[in-house]
Design a protein around this ligand. Sequence first.
Ligand code: FES
Length: 63
Amino acid sequence: MYVCICNALKDRELADAANDARNVAEVFRRCGRRPQCGKCLPDVAQIIEDRRALDNPAPLAAE
Ligand code: FES
């Protein structure tokens, strides 16, 4: 699915670039692109958060 229409970037490509990325700018840089309209930036930020959550799962609550 396309997330960034301006740069024709799909969710999968962004998720790969988001691995250990510090911010949205770094994700775009890794993809060799620059944000243009900015409408996708919240979605890219969410992809970074999702990657972090996968890499650092929250501990299960104690019973
Ligand atoms: S949709 Fe990503 S910069 Fe426009």
